[in-house]
Design a protein around this ligand. Structure first.
Ligand code: GRF
Length: 196
């Protein structure tokens, strides 16, 4: 199963996936390309240090999504790797319908809350502000609504007395680093089915 990863930030989820791959914990999945909309992002450095093909792709002038002019180039670059699965690992732009249609039923995202609670940006802060006692992370299929595609798997995290927002962030990220490689592995072996 050929996998492309898209991200905008630090790349810690990407690193967890690559480590799982090295440790033979990624089933039949092979990471074939890593892409970012941010030239100086950690995720591209992670990709480089693991020797995986990686590219910065120009997102254009819009802040929240890839602009219409650049979208075909993103689709073409991804298609060039013929991915069976595209993993959004901290990709901070809304994925447009044409990109979703080009890879229909093959895009997953990791989100740092127990969906459907706390969609969108700053999910950990939102959970913290609501004083919830359990949060966590969700891997879901990407559909046109934001963070609203079908849920694949979730990992809970308890918020204990004395935890801070940064402690909660660390705990949720640690949960993400376990959940995402596990889901990719199970998709590759068929233990988790593709939806459509
Ligand atoms: C993760 O917490 C993910 O859930 C969110 O962005 C963060 C990305 O972190 N969407 P990293 O780039 O994988 O370190």
């Amino acid at each position: 199963m050929k996998v492309c990863i898209l991200g905008s930030g630090r790349g810690s989820n990407c690193q967890a996936i690559l480590e799982a791959s090295i440790n033979q914990q990624l089933g039949l999945a092979k990471i074939v390309g890593i892409f970012s909309d941010v030239q100086e992002s950690g995720i591209l450095q992670v990709a480089e240090s693991y020797g995986i093909e990686n590219h910065f792709l120009e997102p254009g002038s819009l802040k929240a999504k890839i602009d219409k002019k650049n979208e075909p180039m993103w689709i073409k670059s991804l298609r060039g790797h013929n991915p069976d699965l595209i993993v959004l690992a901290g990709f901070m732009r809304i994925v447009s319908s044409s990109l979703i249609r080009a890879f229909d039923g093959r895009i997953i995202n990791i989100h740092p809350s127990i969906l459907p609670s706390f969609k969108g940006l700053h999910a950990i802060q939102q959970a913290w502000d609501h004083k919830v006692k359990i949060s966590g992370c969700t891997v879901h299929w990407v559909s046109e609504g934001i963070d609203s595609g079908q849920i694949i798997a979730q990992a809970p995290v308890r918020i204990m007395n004395g935890d801070s927002l940064s402690k909660l962030t660390q705990k949720i990220q640690a949960a993400e680093h376990m959940l995402l490689p596990w889901v990719i592995s199970d998709l590759s072996t068929g233990a988790i089915p593709f939806i459509q």
